[in-house]
Write a protein of this length. Structure first.
Length: 139
């Protein structure tokens, strides 16, 4: 097995080299396991987008996640687990609308959602971590 930490060049890493956006574990037989760091709704310069708007922030996060996955041969359909941190569980319905639109498989990916008192960026309402599997042949 081979472990790679990566910030794909096709997706802006707004926080520079402070952390890897993805850990990739190449598996025997050609597949890979992808573990994405927590993503927040930021633009390419690291400024929060959609302040106060859970739907806009959720959409932006999954744009980023989709780009990071694509750089490694995966799509949202390859997501195994989603871990979500919300600053207010009252925002869950808005987030759920975006998730239902993007994850249409039945059943959807495994999921964990927790409420936290705050995130590291003051205007961020949500942070999402994703684990995905890339099948052999696409890895």
């Amino acid at each position: 097995m081979k472990l790679t930490l990566d910030n794909p060049s096709t997706v802006a890493a707004p926080f520079g080299d402070r952390f890897a956006h993805l850990a990739r574990l190449d598996l025997p037989g050609g597949g890979a396991l992808l573990v994405l760091a927590g993503q927040v709704a930021v633009d390419d310069a690291g400024a929060v987008v959609g302040a106060g708007d859970i739907v806009a922030q959720s959409e932006r996060i999954f744009e980023i996640v989709g780009g990071v996955l694509a750089a490694h041969g995966a799509t949202l359909a390859d997501v195994l687990h989603i871990r979500t941190f919300l600053t207010d569980l009252g925002d869950l319905p808005g987030y759920a609308v975006v998730r239902r639109r993007l994850f249409t498989a039945v059943p959807p990916p495994a999921s964990t959602t927790v409420e936290v008192s705050r995130l590291f960026l003051p205007d961020a309402l949500i942070e999402v971590e994703v684990t995905a599997a890339v099948p052999a042949g696409r890895a």
